[in-house]
Design a binder for this molecule. Structure first.
Ligand SMILES: [Zn+2]
Length: 464
C-alpha cells in the first residue's frame, strides 16, 4: 500500500489522538500558579478497568521550570496493589528531596492524608481522581503558591505507613484486622510497652514509658470492636497507661505496624494457642492444712500464682494462664471449675499441700478423676497429664513419690478438659515442711510446673 503525505499526516493525527485518549498524562492542563480548592477540581475521566493492579499511573517528564523558585517538580503519582492486603502510593519528584521537605499529615480517624511539597513545581497538573475498588477513595493534586498539596482520601479501616524515598515518599495502605489501634509516639516501640491482664475485671492495661496523655488527645485511640466499652488514658509520673475495658472476659494481643500498635481483642481461644487455668487451692477464710505456723493457702498461692506468673507471663511463654484465684480470697469449688469453662481452657491444674497426723508422711501425689479422663481434642487424658506432672516434679524437686492417684475431687470431676490436682508435699511432713516453705524450693516448683505444662502443649497440640 502506498501513502501520500496527506494520508500520513492523517494517520499521525489519528495516532496522536489515540495516544492522548489512552495516556492520561497528556490530558491534564498544567496550571500551577492558581490557588485551587481540591473540592472544586474537576473529576477527571480515567479508565481504570484494565489496571492489572495499577490504579493510577501518572509519570511525566517535567517541562523546564524556574529553578530559582522550585527545588524540584512533582512528576509521579503512582498507585499500585502490592499484595492481597496492601496498596502503595508513590509520590515522586524529579530531583532528590529530603524527608524534611515533605510535610505529611494523617487524619487516621477520617481517612485523610495530606502531603505538602513546598517549592515544588507541579509537572502533572491540577486534578482530582476517584478510584473504584481501592483502599484509596480519591486523590487530588492542587497547587497553592509554590506548594503542592496532595490530598488522599482512603477508607479509614486501612492502616497507613509512610516511608521516604530519595525522590519522595511511598505511602502503604494495609488491610489489617484489628480491634483497636493506637498511634505510637516516635520514641516508643512495642518492646517498651508492658501489658497487664486484669481478666477478672474484664480489662487490660498497656503501659508506655513517658507522658503521652496530650499526645493521645491529639491522636485518639481508634476502636473498631463493640466488645470494647471504654478506653482510658491516664498519666502518672513518667508513665502513661491505656486502660481498655471490655464487656466480657477477652484475650488480647498486639503487634507494631509502622507507627501503630494494632491490638486484637477476641475470645481467649481465638487469641491464645494454649490456655491453662491454674488453681491455687483454698484462700480467704479457708486456710487449707496448717502446720507450724504455715498455711497451705499461702504456699499454694505463692507457688502457682506469684512465682509461676513470672514464667507464664514472660515474653517467651506460649501458654496463656488464667488464675482462678489471684488474691487471698475465698473462692468456691464450683466457681473454680466454672472458671475453666468460662475461659475455655485446654488444661486445669490445681495445687495443694498435703497433710497427715503422722509427720513421717512425705512426698508428692498427683491426682486425676476417673470421671474426667477421656482423651481431649489435643489427644491428652487427665491421667497422662497427671503422669507427666508427677514425673517432672519427682525428677526435678527430689521429692519422694507417692504416685499418680485417682480421686473424685470436685474441681477435677467438674472439669471437662484434662484436669489434675497436685499434692506437692506434706505441710505436716518432717522432710517436706522445710522444703515447701523454702523460697528456693517454691521457685523451683513453679518453674517445673510451668515447664511441664509448656512441654505438654508442645507434645499435644491444640491445633489453634
Ligand atoms: Zn488443700
Amino acid at each position: 500500500m502506498k501513502y501520500d503525505k496527506k494520508n500520513i499526516y492523517l494517520l499521525l493525527a489519528t495516532l496522536i489522538i489515540g495516544i492522548i485518549s489512552l495516556n492520561p498524562h497528556t490530558a491534564f492542563a498544567v496550571d500551577s500558579a492558581e490557588e485551587v480548592e481540591t473540592d472544586e477540581l474537576e473529576d477527571i475521566e480515567y479508565d481504570t478497568n484494565d489496571t492489572d493492579g495499577v490504579f493510577l499511573d501518572m509519570d511525566v517528564t517535567p517541562q523546564e521550570y524556574d529553578s530559582s523558585v522550585y527545588t524540584s517538580a512533582l512528576s509521579t503519582v503512582y498507585l499500585e496493589e502490592t499484595s492481597d492486603s496492601t496498596q502503595e502510593l508513590s509520590l515522586f519528584t524529579d530531583h532528590s528531596i529530603t524527608p524534611e521537605q515533605i510535610k505529611i499529615n494523617a487524619d487516621e480517624e477520617n481517612g485523610v492524608l495530606t502531603c505538602v511539597f513546598p517549592n515544588t513545581y507541579n509537572a502533572i497538573g491540577e486534578w482530582k481522581k476517584s478510584i473504584d475498588n481501592s483502599y484509596v477513595k480519591n486523590i487530588s493534586v492542587a497547587s497553592t503558591g509554590t506548594d503542592i498539596t496532595v490530598t488522599v482520601k482512603y477508607q479509614s479501616k486501612y492502616v497507613l505507613s509512610t516511608t521516604y524515598d530519595e525522590y519522595g515518599i511511598v505511602v502503604t495502605f494495609s488491610s489489617v484486622d484489628y480491634s483497636m489501634r493506637l498511634q505510637l509516639p516516635e520514641e516508643i516501640t512495642k518492646a517498651q510497652i508492658k501489658d497487664t491482664d486484669y481478666y477478672y475485671d474484664h480489662k487490660f492495661v498497656l503501659t508506655l514509658p513517658g507522658k503521652w496523655k496530650n499526645f493521645y488527645e491529639q491522636h485518639p485511640v481508634i476502636s473498631r470492636n463493640n466488645v470494647i466499652t471504654s478506653i482510658q488514658i491516664t498519666q502518672s509520673g513518667n508513665t502513661t497507661r491505656i486502660t481498655v475495658k471490655t464487656s466480657r472476659l477477652q484475650g488480647y494481643k498486639y503487634e507494631q505496624k509502622g507507627d501503630y500498635l494494632l491490638v486484637k481483642i477476641n475470645d481467649p481461644r481465638k487469641i491464645y494457642k494454649n490456655i491453662v487455668v491454674l488453681d491455687a487451692g483454698h484462700g480467704g477464710k479457708d486456710f487449707g492444712a496448717t502446720s507450724r505456723g504455715a498455711k497451705e493457702k499461702n504456699i499454694n498461692y505463692k507457688i502457682i500464682y506469684t512465682l509461676a506468673k513470672e514464667y507464664f507471663n514472660s515474653q517467651t511463654s506460649d501458654v496463656k494462664a488464667y488464675w482462678s484465684r489471684y488474691n487471698d480470697k475465698f473462692i468456691s469449688l464450683s466457681a473454680r471449675a466454672r472458671f475453666a469453662s468460662e475461659v475455655k481452657a485446654d488444661l486445669f491444674v490445681s495445687l495443694h499441700m498435703n497433710s497427715a497426723p503422722n509427720t513421717r508422711a512425705n512426698g508428692i501425689e498427683v491426682y486425676y478423676a476417673r470421671s474426667n479422663n477421656k482423651t481431649s481434642s489435643m489427644g491428652l487424658s487427665s491421667r497422662t497429664l497427671a503422669q507427666r506432672m508427677h514425673d517432672q516434679l519427682e525428677e526435678n524437686l527430689s521429692i519422694p513419690s507417692r504416685g499418680v492417684k485417682k480421686a473424685e475431687f470436685y474441681v477435677l470431676r467438674h472439669n471437662t478438659v484434662p484436669a489434675i490436682l497436685i499434692e506437692l508435699g506434706f505441710i505436716s511432713g518432717n522432710q517436706d515442711h522445710g522444703k515447701i516453705t523454702s523460697a528456693s524450693y517454691q521457685k523451683k516448683a513453679a518453674e517445673n510446673i510451668y515447664n511441664c505444662i509448656s512441654n505438654v502443649f508442645k507434645t499435644y497440640l491444640t491445633g489453634r
